[in-house]
Design a protein around this ligand. Structure first.
Ligand code: HEM
Ligand code: HEM
Length: 194
C-alpha cells in the first residue's frame, strides 16, 4: 500500500495521538497528584492539625470528589478516541487503509519492525477502547461492578502495552527524522501534496 498523507489520514492520526496522550495524562494524574489514597491522608492530617477529626471514609469521599472533575476528561478523551477509531474503520471500508495485521504480514522484511509496532499499538488501543466503553456502560449493559472487576484490571494492565508501543513509535519517528532526509513529521502535519 502506498502511503499517502491525505487530509483524512492526518486528521485520524492527530485525533488518535491527542486522545491517547490525553488519556495517559488523566491516568498519570489519577495515580499521582489526584490519587485518593494520598489525598485522603493529606485531608485527614491537615484537618487534624486544625483540631478537626474526620473519618477515613469522609476523607476518602472528599478526595474522590476532588479527583472526579479531572477524571471526567478520561471519558471525554475516550469519546474522541472512539471517533478516531470510527474514522479508521471508514478508511478501511473505503479502501484507504488496511488492517494493521495485513500491513504487517505484507510488509518487506526491512519494514517489519515498524509495522509490528503499529500492529501492537493499534491492537492495544482498540482493546482499551472496547474494554473502556464496556466499563463505562456497565450499568446500561446490566453488568454489576463486581462482574466487570476482571475487565477493569485488564483495562488497567493493558495501559502498559499502550505506553510501551507509544514510546517505541515516538523513538521510531524521531530516529527516522534524524537519520533520513524524509520529513515525515512535517508530512504528517502538512501532508505530502496529495
Ligand atoms: C499517543 C500518541 C500517538 C499515537 C497513538 C500514534 C499512532 C500512530 C499510528 C497507529 C501510526 C501508523 C499509521 C499507519 O500508517 O497506519 C502512526 C504513524 C505516524 N505517526 Fe504517530 N502516533 C502518536 C503520536 C505521534 C507524534 C507525537 C508524532 C510526531 C512527533 C507522530 C508522528 C507520526 C508519523 C510521522 C507517522 C507516519 C510514520 C510512517 O509512515 O512511517 N505520532 N502514528
Ligand atoms: C489508550 C486508551 C486508554 C488508557 C491508557 C486507559 C487507562 C485506564 C486506566 C489505567 C484505568 C484504571 C485507573 C485506576 O483505577 O487507577 C482506567 C479506568 C477506566 N477507563 Fe480507561 N483507558 C483508556 C481508554 C478508555 C476509553 C476509550 C474509555 C471509554 C470511555 C475508558 C473508560 C474507563 C473507565 C470507565 C474506567 C474505570 C474508572 C473507574 O472505575 O473509576 N478508558 N483507564
Amino acid at each position: 500500500m502506498e502511503k499517502k498523507f491525505t487530509k483524512l489520514y492526518r486528521i485520524w492520526h492527530w485525533l488518535l495521538a491527542f486522545s491517547v496522550l490525553g488519556l495517559l495524562i488523566t491516568v498519570a494524574l489519577r495515580k499521582t497528584f489526584l490519587s485518593w489514597r494520598a489525598n485522603s491522608e493529606i485531608i485527614q492530617t491537615q484537618l487534624a492539625s486544625s483540631g478537626i477529626e474526620v473519618t477515613h471514609e469522609i476523607a476518602k469521599t472528599t478526595a474522590k470528589a476532588i479527583r472526579s472533575g479531572m477524571w471526567e476528561w478520561h471519558y471525554i478523551f475516550g469519546a474522541v478516541l472512539v471517533v478516531a477509531i470510527i474514522i479508521r474503520l471508514y478508511m478501511m471500508l473505503t479502501k484507504q487503509a488496511k488492517l494493521p495485521i495485513l500491513v504487517f504480514i505484507q510488509a518487506q522484511t526491512k519494514d517489519k519492525l515498524k509495522y509490528g509496532v503499529y500492529m501492537f499499538l493499534c491492537f492495544f488501543i482498540f482493546a482499551m477502547s472496547i474494554s473502556g466503553v464496556i466499563l463505562y456502560y456497565h450499568d446500561f449493559l446490566n453488568l454489576t461492578k463486581d462482574s466487570v472487576g476482571w475487565l477493569k484490571d485488564l483495562h488497567e494492565d493493558m495501559m502498559y502495552g499502550v505506553l510501551i508501543f507509544v514510546i517505541l513509535h515516538l523513538v521510531g519517528v524521531f530516529k527516522h527524522e534524524i537519520t533520513t532526509k524524509e520529513p515525515i513529521v512535517s508530512k504528517m502535519i502538512h501532508g505530502d501534496g496529495d
